[in-house]
Design a protein around this ligand. Structure first.
Ligand code: NAD
Ligand code: TYD
Length: 372
C-alpha cells in the first residue's frame, strides 16, 4: 500500500500496540492513526504520551465488543487499514477467566471483520485499497519437544490454553474473511515480545520490578520451559514488512532467533541488574530494597513456585518465509534488547509504580468516561 493511509490501531494503548503507534507515526507521518482501545487493566494512555499531540493522531476510548461504535468510527474516519492488536493477552488470566478471552479475542475480532466487510467490500464508497492486519501469536501452534523443528506457517494449530485457543479462533476468522469475501488480510504469528511499556505481569518486566523492589522472583515449575524472545521494535518492523510487502491472505511467522530457558533468562537478568547497580551508585539510593543495593546477589530472590496449569514447554519460530520473502530480520539480539529494556525500566520508575499500585487506573477513570 502507498499514499496516506487511514489506520485504525485496536489495542494501541497496550504494550505492543503503543510501541507500534510510535513506530508507525515516526515512519509514516502522513498516515492518520486512530487508536481504538477500551483501556482494560492492560491499556494505559501514558504509553502513548509521546504521540498524543500529533495532528494526525486520535485516541478513541471504546470497545471492540461494541459493533456499532466500530461501524461509526470506520465511517467517520474513512478507515482503510486496520491493525488489530486488541486482545486479552495473558495466559495466566485465561486460566482463571477464559470468558473475557472469548469475548474480546473471538467476538471482538469478528465485530471488526464485519465492519470492515461492510465498509470495504459491500459499500459503494469502498476505498480503492484496504488491509486488515491481524496480530497473533506462536501459541496457536501448541508446544514443542526439545528436538522438534520450530513452528512454520504449515504447522498444524494445536492451542493449549484458553488464550491460545481464542487467538487460534480469531486467526481462522481472519482467514475466512479473505477466502469467503475477498477481504485483503495479512496475519503475523510472533513469539514472546519484551521491551518498554510491557505490563509487569509478564515474565521480564515482572522480574525486573520484583528484583529492584526486593520481592521474590517466582519461577513456575523447574524453570526449564523455553520461549523465543522478540524485542518489541523488531516485531513492529516485522509487521511493517508484512503489511507493505506480504501476500494478501498469507500468514507470516515472526521470531527473534532467541530461544531461552526461563531459568536462564532470570539468571541473566539478575546478573545484569547486579552489574547495573555496581556501575551506578545512584541506583542503590533509588531502589534501597533491592538486594543489589545491599551488596547481595539479585539471584537470592529466585523462588520456584507451583507450575502453571497446562504450561506449554517450548515455543520456537521458524521465520524463514518472512526472511526470504520480506527481508525481515530482527535487529536486536537478546543481550542488546534486554539491556534496552532494563535501562528503560530503571529510567521509568514512575510509569511502572503507577501501574503496580493501580494509581494509573484512578487517573484513567478521572480522565476517560466508561467505554461501551
Ligand atoms: P496488552 O495486554 O499489553 O494490550 C492489549 C490492549 O488491548 C490494551 O490496551 C487493552 O486495553 C486493549 N483491549 C483489550 N480488550 C479490548 C476490547 N475489548 N476492546 C478494545 N480494546 C481492548 O497486549 P500486548 O502484549 O500488547 O499484545 C498485543 C497483541 O499481540 C495481542 O493480540 C496478543 O495476542 C499479541 N501477541 C502478544 C505477544 C506478547 O508477547 N505480548 C506475543 C505474540 C502475540
Ligand atoms: P509470560 O510472560 O506469561 O508469557 P507466555 O505465557 O505468553 O509465554 O511467561 C513467559 C514464561 O515465563 C512462561 O513459560 C511462564 C513463565 N513465567 C514464570 O516462570 N514466572 C512468572 O511469574 C511468569 C509471569 C511467567
Amino acid at each position: 500500500m502507498s499514499g496516506s493511509r487511514k489506520v485504525m490501531v485496536t489495542g494501541g494503548a497496550g504494550f505492543i500496540g503503543a510501541n507500534f503507534v510510535r513506530y508507525w507515526s515516526e515512519k509514516y507521518p502522513t498516515d492518520r492513526i486512530v487508536v481504538l482501545d477500551a483501556l482494560t487493566y492492560a491499556g494505559n494512555p501514558a504509553n502513548l504520551e509521546s504521540v498524543a499531540a500529533g495532528e494526525n493522531y486520535r485516541f478513541v476510548h471504546d470497545n471492540i465488543l461494541d459493533a456499532s461504535a466500530i461501524d461509526e468510527l470506520m465511517q467517520q474516519e474513512q478507515i482503510d487499514t486496520i491493525v488489530h492488536f486488541a486482545a486479552e493477552s495473558h495466559v495466566d488470566r485465561s486460566i482463571h477467566e477464559p470468558d473475557a478471552f472469548i469475548q474480546t479475542n473471538v467476538i471482538g475480532t469478528n465485530n471488526l471483520l464485519m465492519a470492515a466487510r461492510k465498509h470495504w467490500i459491500d459499500s459503494d464508497n469502498a476505498p480503492t485499497t484496504h488491509l486488515f492486519h491481524h496480530v497473533s501469536t506462536d501459541e496457536v501452534y501448541g508446544t514443542l519437544g526439545p528436538d522438534d523443528p520450530a513452528f512454520t506457517e504449515q504447522t498444524l494449530y494445536a492451542p493449549n490454553s484458553p488464550y491460545a485457543a481464542s487467538k487460534a479462533a480469531s486467526d481462522h476468522l481472519v482467514r475466512s474473511y479473505h477466502h469467503t469475501f475477498g477481504m485483503q488480510v495479512t496475519t503475523s504469528n510472533c513469539s514472546n515480545n519484551y521491551g518498554p511499556y510491557q505490563f509487569p505481569e509478564k515474565l521480564i518486566p515482572l522480574m525486573i520490578v520484583n528484583a529492584v523492589t526486593g520481592k521474590p522472583l517466582p519461577i513456575y515449575g523447574d524453570g526449564s520451559n523455553i520461549r523465543d524472545w522478540l524485542y518489541v521494535e523488531d516485531h513492529c518492523r516485522g509487521i511493517d514488512r508484512v503489511m507493505n510487502k506480504g501476500h494478501r491472505g498469507a500468514t507470516y511467522n515472526l521470531g527473534g532467533n532467541n530461544e531461552w530457558r526461563n531459568i536462564d533468562i532470570v539468571n541473566q537478568l539478575c546478573k545484569s541488574i547486579d552489574a547495573a547497580f555496581a556501575a551506578n551508585a545512584h541506583l542503590a539510593e533509588q531502589f534501597p530494597d533491592a538486594p543489589a543495593a545491599k551488596g547481595k546477589n539479585t539471584e537470592s530472590l529466585v523462588t520456584f513456585v507451583k507450575d502453571r496449569l497446562g504450561h506449554d514447554w517450548r515455543y520456537a519460530i521458524d521465520a524463514t518465509l518472512a526472511e526470504t520473502e520480506l527481508g525481515y530480520e530482527p535487529q536486536e539480539n537478546f543481550e542488546s534488547g534486554f539491556q534496552l529494556t532494563l535501562d528503560w525500566m530503571l529510567n521509568n520508575e514512575a510509569w511502572w509504580r503507577a501501574v503496580m499500585d493501580g494509581s494509573y487506573r484512578d487517573w484513567i477513570s478521572k480522565n476517560y468516561s466508561a467505554a461501551g
